[in-house]
Design a protein around this ligand. Structure first.
Ligand code: XMP
Length: 220
């Protein structure tokens, strides 16, 4: 995935036309589009290929099953045209290996969730985040998902993984995180959903966040 704007759109709308319209409007400001259960359950898996006309698509299925089932899920995701898949790390090394094996076969990427961005993400998962990050490095994942709502945790995780993995970071805007803070903490990309797709002008909202990120990067 190329790093230009350092922003990923989380497209959690449930109407096909609306999804395509927003994707087309904001494509110049995002490096990828993340889709998950809301859009895919509402419109079908074909939406991945339709959106891939505008930007690489990350399938956020938070895959969390036994290795064989993970393998079957990842096959479907990559056959549908996704460039990357998000998987949970807490299920362990064998489950993660199964996803990475399929991704490698298709020349695609795996992002591993280390710690989630919502308040409940600190309840159980946070204590395992550092071990999950180390495992993701050893397994050869492409990147980690770390919380924009806790930039200090992004910084910690960046220290552990160095530059061996990328970090994508959800939680900017609606969940309270600030794009410039999380980029300065060490994230490669911020993920933004509601602040863009619910805005009166998704294009203007995306442009504003993209400018904030570029200003932060220029200041470095
Ligand atoms: P909003 O609307 O809050 O959307 O900007 C955020 C998007 O990111 C997803 N999300 C996460 N995905 N680990 C993940 O893998 C996380 O910690 C996490 N937090 C939020 C969320 O589902 C939405 O698509």
């Amino acid at each position: 995935m190329e790093r230009n704007t350092c922003m990923i759109l989380a497209l959690d709308v449930t109407e096909r036309e609306e999804a395509l319209k927003i994707a087309e409007n904001v494509r110049e400001f995002v490096d990828a589009i993340k889709v998950g259960y809301p859009l895919i359950l509402a419109t079908g898996l074909d939406i991945i290929r339709e959106l891939a006309r505008f930007a690489p698509v990350i399938a956020d299925f938070k895959v969390a099953d036994i290795p064989n089932t993970n393998r079957l899920i990842c096959e479907q995701v990559f056959k549908a045209g996704a460039d990357a898949v998000i998987v949970q790390g807490f299920t362990g090394r064998d489950s993660l290996d199964a996803c990475i094996e399929v991704a490698s076969k298709y020349g695609k990427d795996v992002f591993v969730v280390s710690e989630m961005s919502h308040p409940g993400g600190a309840e159980f998962l946070q204590s395992a985040a550092e071990a999950i990050a180390k495992m993701a490095v050893e397994a050869g994942a492409f990147g980690l998902v770390a919380p924009a709502t806790r930039p200090e945790r992004v910084k910690e995780i960046r220290k552990i993984i160095g530059d061996r993995l990328t970090i994508i970071s959800p939680g900017v805007g609606a969940q309270g995180g600030k794009a410039s803070d999380v980029i300065s903490a060490g994230a490669d990309w911020v993920i933004v959903g509601r602040s863009i797709y619910k805005a009166e002008s998704p294009k203007e909202a995306a442009c504003e966040i993209a400018e904030e990120i570029q200003a932060e990067l220029r200041g470095k």
